[in-house]
Design a protein around this ligand. Structure first.
Ligand code: 9RB
Ligand code: ZN
Length: 370
């Protein structure tokens, strides 16, 4: 078994600017100019840990391609792509919602992030690697056809799913374990019965009002959207229950030829942009659960593509655990593990069970192989 790994130094050069976390600094509103919460370090430090621990020696390096206009236009409008190109030439801009800034030349890095997802999916589909992790930046899962949002610019995963389809892959499932709703990926395939999108996220966190369990897919694709909104405070026990009761049965029922994971590390216990409690143990278990179903239904084909995650301290230990689990090796014992695994509320709580059971009742509507 070979596990793929993709990172590029330019990912750290994506520049979200000198803002106060999320919003522009402004003394009149009490916002002190600082840095954006999406710093290069949250991702760069994952890569450095993968190198420093020696995990890199167990991985097959996959190189990103530069996503072409044609590949980008499988998801986005010409008008949106042109706006990104023009603003990149004009010194930088915003992808459309006022909180998704980028610097001069930003489109080049966005193309390399989408191209990272494409290259990893390509390597998994062609059998060059069995599974793999693409540590891309900036992220993509909120991005819409004609505008970006929530620090997501190009829809990296949706573009890569279209690439898989162009290679002849028929049925694809996307499992999104980022703390925020994968609304862009969902919108891209809501009317496509051959793409199942499952999103586990903190209930009504971001985007506001998005990701309810009642969003189910459109027309012939009804049932191909599955949302699992989790109460704030959900941790390893709640996620294990959600995997056992919703995600694994949904994947078995859908029986994809390829599974793509939208891997946000912002469901981790130390993340500033969500209130979930996963530890590196929890992320390892999520990886194991998805890989186990993949072994059953699609010869283990799992392409994990990075999304959010803003703890520069704890995110790397979670990312490292995921990549270790994909590669089937253990090199590092998370020094925070006992602390975070021991946090009160890590076990499944009754209100979490009730929320997950609502989603579990909808698994019967997931389309089967016809
Ligand atoms: C603000 C708003 C955000 C935007 C994006 C995220 C995380 C994205 C991510 C979190 C909060 C709104 C500052 C709306 O990691 N995705 O995976 N906040 N957005 N209004 N205002 C004033
Ligand atoms: Zn997120």
């Amino acid at each position: 078994m070979t596990s793929g790994y993709l990172y590029h130094e330019l990912y750290a050069w994506h520049d979200a600017g000198t803002v106060d976390g999320l919003l522009p600094g402004n003394p009149r509103t009490g916002l002190q100019p600082f840095h954006h919460l999406d710093t290069p370090d949250s991702k760069r430090r994952i890569h450095e840990l993968v190198v420093a621990s020696g995990l890199i020696e167990h991985l097959t390096r996959v190189r990103p391609v530069v996503a072409t206009d044609d590949q980008i236009l499988t998801v986005h409008s010409e008008d949106y792509l042109q706006r990104l190109i023009d603003q990149s030439a004009a010194g930088g801009g915003d992808a459309g919602d006022g909180i998704s800034p980028f610097g001069a030349g930003g489109i080049d890095i966005m193309r390399l992030a989408a191209g990272g997802a494409i290259a990893l999916v390509h390597a998994v589909v062609t059998g060059e690697v069995s599974n793999g992790y693409a540590l891309v930046r900036p992220s993509g899962h909120h991005s819409q056809a004609d505008h970006g949002m929530g620090m997501a610019y190009l829809a990296n995963i949706a573009i890569a799913v279209h690439h898989a389809k162009s290679l002849g892959v028929e049925r694809i499932a996307v499992v999104d374990w980022d703390a925020h709703h994968g609304n862009g990926t969902q919108a891209a395939f809501a009317a496509d019965p051959n793409v199942l999108t499952v999103s586990l996220h903190q209930d009504n966190c971001f985007p506001p009002g998005s990701g309810a369990v009642t969003e189910r897919g459109i027309g012939v694709a009804a049932g191909s959207v599955l949302n699992v909104p989790l109460p704030p405070g959900t941790g390893n026990g709640g996620y294990a229950y959600a995997m056992a009761e919703v995600v694994t049965p949904a994947l078995r029922r859908f029986s994809p030829d390829l599974i793509v994971v939208a891997s946000g590390l912002d469901s981790g216990a130390m993340d500033p942009l969500a209130r979930l409690l996963l530890s590196s143990t929890g992320y390892r278990q999520l990886t194991r659960a998805v890989s186990d179903v993949a072994d059953e239904v699609c010869a283990g084909r799992v392409a994990v593509v990075h999304e959010g995650g803003y703890s520069e301290v704890y995110g790397p230990l979670c990312g490292h655990a995921i990549i270790e689990e994909l590669a089937g090796v253990r090199l590092l014992d998370d020094p925070y593990r006992e602390l975070v695994d021991g946090f009160g509320g890590q076990d499944l709580q009754p209100h979490q069970r009730a929320a997950i059971d609502v989603a579990s009742a909808l698994v019967d509507e997931v389309p089967t192989r016809g």
